[in-house]
Design a protein around this ligand. Structure first.
Ligand code: NAD
Length: 486
């Protein structure tokens, strides 16, 4: 263990206070790099979830937070962002230890966008029309927006700081209470961050953390005191959660998997594009929902583009997160490592060619997959259809742009994507034709002020900006007496 002293917590953070857990079950967290035990927390069971939801309900019903003016709630989010930035080193080291990304990548891919979305939700709360007068056929109506209530938030392990901010941010901006169930692989940072939000000014009762696995998540989804579930994770789990929410008519936002296409046009400046293009496919060791893992290239420039990508990807050195030379950290678990290597073998068996396949270092857990690029991929191959969640990019050749658009759209997913071209207007025109939630022109990023989410199997609903805030609100219409005019 390089930078973090093992954290062993005996209590659960429920309603803004540390309390004894119901059972003696514990979640142990092992370093994906070294295999060392880096900490453990109590595993919350259904009784703990009930205590957390009860605290959240009482806090919500008391009205303290939901009746706090939106501008004051926004100020608390901004304060939380400041605290995260002040303690970025400590938080980054902990998350690096938990999930294997380098501290530099945690700063770039989690802290920066995480604090960015907190600022974005604060801005959205400041400018949102919380009350609005409308005139209809009966005269005047007052439309008011109210917090949806108690939110159950369930998150994945791949970018835990960013995901926590994207759950706490909109829920708190809206005036809701939140019970967070972090991924069992990364529960330690959730406790630290929840305390930080309390320090920023969130009142007692409003925030709880219930670390645990699928059973804990199910208890939260099924709890009758929860009004909305917000989920980030796999499409398979999202489907199961949506079905349970359907039974109890809970509101539900789902941020799920992806298999995004980067469409490279024939006019691309490939020397300029290659570093961003490869990064977009392999960021976070490929453990990114928005990874651009299908790279569609014009057949006329195929070899040149592949060579440029291989040259860049070969510099994505796999190694220990503590090594400043490391570009690709270990995969989260040995199971994930086996899954990714199985996909690589499947790609070869299906006839694709691995033009780059870098072995991981033989250290620690040996849970690395080095940068891997396949050519000769067709869009019906398993490696082009399924989310691999490792640094594996498939190059697919196309003959004309209509074919490229058809290939990009021929996917069960629709989360992200990009177009790479010298002609920005042409890029935007193509971006409009892709059935996916976000597109980048000559790069890819998630903008805190703009809606983010999936088409098709990538999810339901949107996060970020006004749309993200809105999904934590109910809309109420109060009809004024006929003839009334304010
Ligand atoms: P996962 O679906 O296995 O688990 C995610 C979370 O859901 C965990 O906390 C898990 O304990 C919980 N969970 C799983 N099944 C559940 C159930 N039936 N009921 C309640 N809770 C349940 O996903 P993962 O392996 O942790 O994360 C990787 C996935 O997350 C990838 O598919 C990735 O694309 C996706 N992801 C999506 C986004 C996005 O914004 N769209 C962001 C990050 C990750």
């Amino acid at each position: 263990m390089s930078q973090v002293t093992a954290i062993h917590t005996d209590q659960l953070y429920i309603g803004g206070r540390w309390v004894a857990p119901h059972s003696g079950d514990r979640l142990e967290v092992f370093s994906p790099a070294t295999g060392e035990l880096i900490g453990s927390v109590p595993s919350a069971d259904a009784a703990d979830v009930d205590a957390a939801v009860t605290a959240a309900r009482e806090a919500f019903d008391s009205g303290e937070w939901r009746n706090t003016p939106p501008a004051e709630r926004a100020a608390v989010l901004r304060r939380a962002a400041e605290l995260i930035n002040e303690r970025g080193g400590q938080i980054g080291a902990l998350i690096s230890a938990e999930m294997g990304a380098t501290p530099a990548d945690v700063a770039t891919l989690q802290q920066l966008p995480g604090t960015g979305v907190l600022a974005g939700y604060a801005d959205a709360a400041d400018t949102y029309p919380w009350e609005e007068k409308r005139t209809g056929i009966f005269g005047e109506t007052l439309v008011v927006r109210e917090p949806v209530g108690v939110v159950g938030a369930i998150t994945a392990w791949n970018v835990p700081l960013f995901l926590l901010c994207n759950k706490f941010g909109p829920a708190l901006a809206a005036g809701c209470s939140v019970v967070l169930k972090p991924a069992p692989e990364t529960p330690l940072n959730a406790n630290l961050l929840a305390e930080l939000f309390t320090e920023a000014g969130v009142p007692e009762g409003v925030i709880s953390v219930v670390p645990g696995g699928v059973e804990t998540g199910r208890a939260l989804v099924d709890h009758p005191g929860v009004d909305k579930i917000t989920f980030t994770g796999s499409t398979a789990a999202g489907r199961a959660i949506a079905a349970r929410c359907g039974e109890t008519l809970k509101r539900c936002t789902l941020e799920l998997g992806g298999k995004s296409a980067a469409i490279v046009l024939d006019d691309v400046d490939i020397a300029a594009a290659a570093p961003m293009l490869v990064f977009s496919g392999m960021l976070n060791a490929g453990q990114a929902c928005v990874a651009q893992t299908r790279v569609l290239v014009p057949r006329s420039r195929h070899d040149e583009i592949v060579q440029a990508m291989v040259d860049v990807a070969a510099t994505f050195t796999p190694g220990l997160p503590s090594d400043p030379e490391t570009k690709i950290g270990p995969l989260i678990t040995s199971a994930q490592h086996d899954k990714v290597t199985d996909y690589i073998e499947r790609g070869k068996a299906d006839g694709a060619t691995a033009v780059l396949e870098v072995a991981g270092p033989r250290v620690g857990t040996e849970q690395w997959v080095g940068p891997t690029i396949f050519t000769g991929v067709t869009n019906d191959m398993t490696i082009a259809r399924e989310e691999i969640f490792g640094p594996v990019v498939s190059v697919i050749a196309y003959d004309d742009v209509d074919e490229a658009i058809a290939i990009a759209n021929d996917s069960d997913y629709g989360l992200a994507g990009s177009v790479w071209t010298a002609d920005i207007a042409r890029g935007v025109d193509i971006a409009k034709q892709i059935r996916t939630g976000t597109m980048g022109i000559n790069w890819y990023a998630i903008d805190p002020a703009s809606p983010f989410g999936g088409y098709k199997g990538s999810g339901i609903g949107r996060e970020n900006g006004r749309e993200g805030l809105e999904s934590y609100l109910e809309h109420k219409s109060i009809l004024m007496p006929m003839g009334y005019s304010s």
